[in-house]
Ligand binder design. Structure first.
Ligand SMILES: [Zn+2]
Length: 397
């Protein structure tokens, strides 16, 4: 993976992230495809919308369909027929957010499946092993998402555990990164990789990638900064994670109940201690206004379930603010959902029709609402990148 910074405006920057499955323009918003699908949207439409990278959730995919099934298809790219870049999380956040009965030890976390109650165990090694099997371009170190609120002693202990787990995640990755399951599909050509396509000839096992020497295509592992809502611990976590050394850094443990002002403060304070030349990823945020604001602070990557989840509940983001399409006031409204939106939904359908679909509990309501919200988020980031290129402050909407 390579990261090339381009224009700057204040703290904000644009860049190009070059992955084995294509280039990504940053700052980027990554739609969430939890179980290898962005709910309701086929992959060809995601391509049309300009999605360059998707996020998959390791916890969900590990439980169903299982890592071995995905590996046999050449990883998530082959399994879900998505040729562009993919990022997987470590599974840590879901283990913490979906499992009240989890047990954390130095070794890892024992948890119960939310599907059938069966018992499972994730460690830094098994999380990275699962992510290698899933074959995402970018994987995340296994971390503990500190609960909110937490006192200082608890926050420090959690941060220290995440640092030890980051070292173990990296060690396992370095020893096993040649096991990536790509090999049954054409890799995206890139001038950065003159050995283009070499990974494609190696058969499904992928282990023979080892013979390629330098320049082979493989995955990248990012580290995650924790430290709760404590500025000093955030700084220490950032510095010590950077000492371990990763090609990119995430800021985790945010959007867990703290105020928006606190989230912004933590991001701003953490960014100061991350290397400018490496991509910075804030996990699990936010509204369109928030992602524009964080991009203005110098964040390069963000993901959030908000546009897709809100869409399924009839909540739509527009240039005039958020609207709830279920309201009776839209029953006779012949206008488009958002007059300023160029998406295929706003170009074709009326608010009255979208309201009718939602009220009738039609599947198409979820599909169209999701399409619009995703378009709105992707357009927001396009405008942000454009503003940065013009030397403007991108947080003006
Ligand atoms: Zn639209």
């Amino acid at each position: 993976m390579e990261f090339h910074l381009q224009e700057r405006s204040g703290s904000a920057r644009t860049g190009r992230l070059v992955t084995p499955h294509g280039e990504i323009e940053t700052p980027v918003f990554m739609p969430v495809g939890t179980v290898a699908t962005v709910k309701g949207v086929p992959q060809d439409i995601l391509e049309d919308l300009g999605v360059q990278i998707l996020l998959g959730n390791t916890y969900h995919l590990y439980l169903r369909p299982g890592v071995e099934t995905v590996r046999r298809f050449g990883g998530l790219h082959g399994f879900m027929a998505w040729p562009r870049a993919i990022l997987t999380d470590s599974g840590g956040f879901q283990v913490f957010s979906l499992n009240e009965l989890r047990k954390v030890s130095e070794e890892g976390v024992t948890f119960r499946s939310h599907l059938d109650g069966s018992s499972h165990f994730f460690s830094p090694e098994s999380s990275v092993a699962a992510q290698i099997g899933l074959g995402a371009d970018i994987m995340m170190a296994f971390d503990e998402c500190t609960e909110y609120p937490a006192d200082r002693a608890r926050t420090r202990a959690s941060m220290e555990l995440t640092l030890r787990w980051a070292e173990r995640s990296k060690k396992y990755f370095e020893e096993h990164k040649f096991e990536v399951p790509w090999g049954c599909q054409e890799l995206v050509p890139s001038t950065q990789y003159p050995e283009k396509g070499m990974g494609a000839d190696q058969g499904i096992a992928g282990a023979s990638n080892r013979v390629l020497g330098t320049g082979y295509l493989t995955q990248s592992l990012f580290g995650i900064v924790q430290g709760g809502m404590d500025l000093e611990l955030r700084k220490e976590s950032a510095q010590r994670t950077v000492e371990i050394g990763f090609p990119g850094y995430a800021i985790g443990g945010l959007s867990v109940g703290e105020s928006r002002e606190c989230t912004r403060e933590m991001i701003e304070a953490t960014l100061e201690h991350l290397p400018a030349g490496k991509p910075r990823y804030v996990m699990g945020v936010g509204t369109p206004g928030e992602i524009a604001q964080y991009a203005a602070l110098g964040v390069d990557m963000m993901d959030c379930v908000l546009p897709t989840r809100a869409a399924r509940h009839g909540l739509l983001f527009t240039s005039e603010g958020k609207i709830s399409i279920k309201q009776a006031r839209y029953a006779q409204d012949a206008g488009p959902l958002d007059p300023k939106c160029g998406c295929r939904v706003c170009q074709r359908y009326s608010r009255a029709y979208l309201r009718h679909l939602y009220a009738s509990n039609e599947v198409l309501a979820q599909v169209l609402n999701t399409l619009h919200n995703l378009s709105f988020y992707l357009d927001t980031m396009r405008r942000v990148r454009h503003s940065i290129r013009l030397g403007e402050v991108p947080y003006s909407f």
